[in-house]
Design a protein around this ligand. Structure first.
Ligand code: SF4
Ligand code: SF4
Length: 389
């Protein structure tokens, strides 16, 4: 079966195995087929040797967290993320059961921002009435107390856009407010995209699921929502990685121009750190959890340390070389046991570090780690509270 993969990219893996220790699913299972090398071998078997696509193949592809820790570890530059995305797109197009209807419907809903906000409010009310079973909350990774009312985000200028997204805007809008406050403290004015219509989700979750057409529709709506030349700042590592890849996703010059404007908020703040006012250092020991899509895809994770260092009393490193926490977008909800096993390794690293606070720049990681009782804050929240004393 033709998976639609580029044969040169597929053949670029020299089977050296250097990526294996970095792969969270290999670390948990010890299975070759659950490693990047094993998955590439399976893709080759199907595309180049005519092996059938069976449940085992689908299972190994689906169990990949898409953390892309295998990419920076690879001496041959194998674009594993692209191979996995294309494989999933082919699976979703040829096996309707691969992405069931309820999941397709849910992912499409993310582009309807007003519905996302309304649904989140209803869930918040149900939570307060104790109508949401703890097992459901755990499985979906719901925050302990969803907000019923959201702060209004008011534009303060047009020097930069701040992307707001879908679920993050419904569940963690306070992070956008903190990001705006910190950006404004450098003297820049912040514009927010309109939320009417279909300009909510960046499409990352649709890409992960293999729903390329849905992802492309969302990407076009996001592009239309932030016109002009101003930089587009993103405070969610997963969304930023997806939006920086719009050129590849849509393959148009407009998309490439748009993608070139996308900047992670820490990447933007790091060279402007001297423009921020001095603050009161954050008490406690703070460990940075590198979101995979900041470290392995955007590769701008050092900027988080640059912006936190002047404002944190004690900043410590985890000793797990950026191992994934298991959140993986919707992965933790779809593969709860594997996600919990992966997270257990991250929790052990946090415990060894002695950290009392974990800084995470990705909403999925934040929810997944907070569900295990960790005090997780977004770096811009820490910056805001330091600046505001
Ligand atoms: S993307 Fe992550 S989980 Fe998937 S094969 Fe690579 S390292 Fe393993
Ligand atoms: S490190 Fe790269 S070349 Fe080596 S096995 Fe992994 S993907 Fe293949």
């Amino acid at each position: 079966m033709n998976l639609g993969l580029d044969d040169d990219e597929l053949s670029s893996c020299v089977q050296c195995g250097l990526c294996l220790p970095h792969c969270p699913t290999f670390r948990v299972t010890g299975e070759e087929s659950a490693s990047p090398r094993g998955r590439i071998s399976l893709m080759r078997e199907v595309q180049q040797k005519g092996a059938v696509v069976d449940d085992a193949f689908v299972g190994y592809m689906d169990a990949c967290v898409q953390c892309r820790a295998c990419e920076p570890a690879c001496p041959s530059g194998v674009p594993f993320g692209r191979l996995m995305e294309q494989t999933r797109e082919t699976l979703a197009a040829t096996r309707p059961s691969y992405v069931p209807r309820w999941r397709r419907f849910g992912l499409r809903l993310l582009a309807r921002h007003r519905l996302v906000i309304a649904g989140s409010r209803m869930l918040a009310v149900a939570q307060r009435a104790h109508l949401v079973p703890a097992s459901v909350s755990r499985r979906v990774g719901l925050p302990a107390r969803l907000p019923i009312r959201q702060a209004r985000l008011e534009s303060s200028g047009n020097d930069v856009w701040l992307f707001t997204g879908c679920v993050m805007d419904a569940w963690e809008r306070h992070v956008h407010a903190s990001a705006a406050r910190v950006i404004e403290a450098t003297g820049a004015g912040v514009a927010f995209p309109p939320t009417r219509g279909r300009a909510g989700c960046c499409g990352a979750l649709a890409v992960h699921a293999g729903l390329g057409d849905d992802a492309r529709a969302m990407a076009r709506a996001v592009m239309a929502s932030m016109p002009g030349d101003a930089p587009i700042l993103v405070d969610s590592a997963g969304c930023g990685a997806a939006m920086k890849d719009y050129g590849h996703l849509l393959d148009t010059n407009d998309a490439r121009r748009f993608a070139a404007r996308v900047v992670d908020v820490h990447e933007w703040l790091a060279p402007r750190i001297s423009q921020l006012p001095a603050g009161t250092p954050i008490a406690g020991t703070v460990a940075v959890h590198d979101a995979c899509h900041l470290r392995n895809v955007q590769r701008v994770h050092e900027n988080v340390r640059t912006v936190l260092r002047p404002y944190v009393g004690q900043l410590v490193e985890l000793d797990d070389e950026g191992l994934c926490c298991g959140a993986g977008g919707a992965y933790a909800a779809l593969h709860p046991e594997m996600a919990a096993d992966i997270r257990a390794r991250k929790l052990a690293a946090i415990e060894r570090s002695g950290a009392t606070i974990v800084a995470s720049a990705n909403p999925g990681c934040t929810l997944h780690l907070a569900a295990a009782g960790i005090d997780v804050r977004h770096p811009v929240e820490l910056l805001e509270s330091a600046i505001d004393g």
